[in-house]
Design a protein around this ligand. Sequence first.
Ligand code: BES
Ligand code: MN
Ligand code: ZN
Length: 500
Amino acid sequence: MKFNVKTFNPKTHQTGCIIAGVYLNDHKASQLSTTAEKINDASNGLILEILKSGDQQGKLGQTLVLHKVPGIKADRVILVGCGGKDKLETAGYFKVVQAAFSALKQSESKDAACSLAEIEVANRDLDWRIQHAVRTAGEVFYTFDQLKSGKKIKQSVTSITMTVGTKAEVTKGSAATKRGEAIINGMQLSRDLANLPGNYCTPSYIADQGKGLAKKFKSINATVLSEAQMEKLGMGSLLSVSRGSAEPAKLLVLKYEGDKKSANQKPYVLVGKGVTFDTGGISLKSGGGMDEMKYDMCGAASVIGTIAAVAEMGLPINLNVIVPTVENMPGSKATKPGDIVTSMSGQTIEVLNTDAEGRLILCDALTYAERFKPQAVIDVATLTGACVVALGKVATGLISNNDGLVSDLLAAGETTHDRAWQMPLFDEYQPLLDSNFADIANIGGRDGGMITAGCFLSRFTKKYNWAHLDIAGTAWHSGKNKGATGRPVSMLVQYLMDRC
Ligand code: BES
Ligand code: MN
Ligand code: ZN
């Protein structure tokens, strides 16, 4: 998909489709957006007639496709409802652009002119409206058909022009479009990695993808640690997870240097859970829907997508990404419930449930992160079913030892509508992890499952500002629309943009 920004005249602009907003009839203001009004004038009042007919009432996200509108050069017009004028907020804007691009996707248009950046949104400027419309187009038009042998999913739309009012807005809008495209590319990389099944996407495959990024971007450097090297570092917890698998564990480390001026500027560090398939190990999961455990590397995919987007934008910061990646299998050498392993931090862990493996690989990666003297460390993981019970598939779970980091991440989530919600890290939860035989147990029982997972990680993050994002509910869709969402790439990129 190609994007560009132009001023345009709907009367003379040749395109497969114009997307224009219309509002609810609340007897206060005109129902027409600027562009809808111009089309209405060119067509001798056709748009207002249609609104009068009631076929398009301007309800938030309602769409109507018109063909052969007289007086204009476009083949089609998509009228999209924006709700009450003056009432549109961030969430509503996403609903509007999503609906419009979904209708466009179903049409046979080859290209389109989207005028939705002119729609006023509470507290959001043109920059934001363009960046997020572009990003949403990328989300809507994403397809994954690499592994279909026959006919590939056909996509007729190949380019979208974001229209603006003035030449000055073209310059601003082009920069916003570039940012939107970088985020699309990061999300796409993340979604492709995530959708790829476990027999393709192994720990070694993820490591190779990291090396590929370093080839693509001069600003990124990749290192991959082998099991032998991790053994030397004392990563007994991480290695205990892959013991039952034929696939060797890897630790991928990516370094992006965007702030060369102050080369010793402390880096931000992102850590992503990369379990390429989670069978549960000896604490084997039950069969239903187990295929979705190919998504247990979505944390890894999201931090890799994030560093790719940051490198494409060339953000002036330093960013390191650490990806511990393993396959959790019940082989004959697998770790057994009751086994005690020693983490890189020196703390011993009683593995009471081999299905609580994410924390076992993250804890060693989090200890490894200390060597970078980080500004802040954020781990991203499909960590607990309990997070899905608590927050559903809407908000990402957030746990942190630093209030400033919490508000920065929540704010980035609001800006991008890729939202998180904080859970407590109260000391009173910590004893749930007591073990009779080791320093700590890897599970804390049924109650507060997302929180005790966070408590476990907090034992390994005392030396820096740290936040944990549990994306178990938000990283992928189940059911008919099964597929990775690319969350929380846009939140993380925004968080890093906000630091510049
Ligand atoms: N990868 C799972 C968490 C998960 C489950 C994410 C379902 C998305 C959907 C994780 O490794 C896991 O199995 N967690 C256990 C922890 C429990 C044994 C303490 C869980 O949530 O059941
Ligand atoms: Mn598990
Ligand atoms: Zn898991």
